[in-house]
Design a protein. Structure first.
Length: 294
């Protein structure tokens, strides 16, 4: 079959389910992954023929896309901060908004907004999932010692693989942050993108997220949507050095409430930032001397 005919089949079958641009992007990702072809191939070779044998994985992928499976699961990887990350059903697929949070942290460290007083900068990522935050911080701040915590052993396996793929060292911690009081380490930075989607927001979500991404990574109850933020803020008060910084990715609808939580815990220089879509998406606070001296 001609490659362009395969593309036409993709559009015929998937346009009713996804945006046209999204279908294009699936198609180009899949021809790169399965056939080693780049996205400009059709402009250069409009009559390129694909053998029956090579067509097969493309049509198998098409069937999986029709069942709402994320394309990242089909090819087993995604990109984050210009690095490649293995993903599977046990981890959240890293989102572009989370890159903005990582860039904020890297920018503050590079701008020497703060430095470790002695020894390497110590960073903890809570709810690490694929390890995307921890690993990109380790890559961009090579002098830091980075710890990555998750309750899911399966997620930590993926984070371990991603650390190897990206040639960085991180310390993995298997623990439930809702139960954890202290780690006997004082950190310069604690960062977390915890579960924050309320059950009531489920109807805004696409099927490929709802049916294929881990609910453990996504959902909190309507009654207590800030549960993780409360626990992590309490943990940070005990486990951040004085002057240490707490960074969160946040639920866009709960910016004010999450900000108030940090204020109530006497964090200072609290700042909420919007993501590229204009939604409240990340928050930073500094633990100051007068609150809970370590
Ligand atoms: C929203 S995902 C974030 C994953 C990754 N950090 C990212 O930004 O793409 C939340 C993560 O928190 C983990 N998690 C859920 N409950 C937890 C708990 N009680 N203790 C520690 N981690 C937890 C999930 O396994 C999941 O990996």
């Amino acid at each position: 079959m001609l490659l362009r005919e395969i593309k036409n089949v993709f559009h015929a079958e998937l346009d009713p389910l996804y945006d046209k641009e999204e279908v294009d992007s699936f198609f180009y990702l899949l021809i790169e992954y399965f056939l080693g072809l780049d996205r400009f191939v059709l402009a250069i070779q409009p009559h390129l023929i694909i053998s029956k044998e090579n067509e097969e994985p493309m049509f198998e992928a098409l069937s999986r896309l029709k069942l709402n499976e994320p394309v990242q699961h089909i090819i087993g990887k995604t990109h984050f901060m210009d690095m490649e990350f293995v993903v599977n059903k046990n981890v959240l697929i890293p989102r572009p908004e989370t890159e903005e949070l990582v860039r904020w942290i890297v920018g503050e460290v590079a701008g020497q907004a703060f430095q470790a007083k002695s020894g390497p900068l110590k960073i903890l990522d809570i709810g690490t999932g694929s390890g995307c935050i921890a690993i990109s911080l380790a890559k961009h701040i090579p002098e830091a010692e980075v710890f990555a915590l998750d309750v899911s052993e399966e997620a930590l396996q993926v984070a371990k693989e991603n650390a190897m793929v990206n040639k960085v060292e991180i310390e993995l911690v298997n623990s439930d942050v809702l139960e954890l009081e202290s780690l006997d380490i004082h950190f310069d930075i604690i960062v977390s993108n915890p579960p924050y989607v309320r059950e009531l927001e489920k109807n805004e979500m696409q099927k490929n997220v709802l049916e294929h991404e881990p609910h453990l990574a996504l959902f909190v109850t309507n009654e207590n949507p800030l549960l993780f933020y409360e626990r992590i803020t309490g943990f940070a008060l005990k486990n951040l050095k004085i002057g240490g910084r707490l960074f969160f990715e946040i639920n866009q609808y709960l910016g004010k409430e999450t900000e108030r939580l940090l204020r109530d815990h006497n964090f200072s220089e609290i700042e909420v930032r919007k993501d590229m879509f204009g939604n409240d998406r990340m928050l930073r606070g500094i633990k100051v001397h007068k609150t809970t001296a370590l």
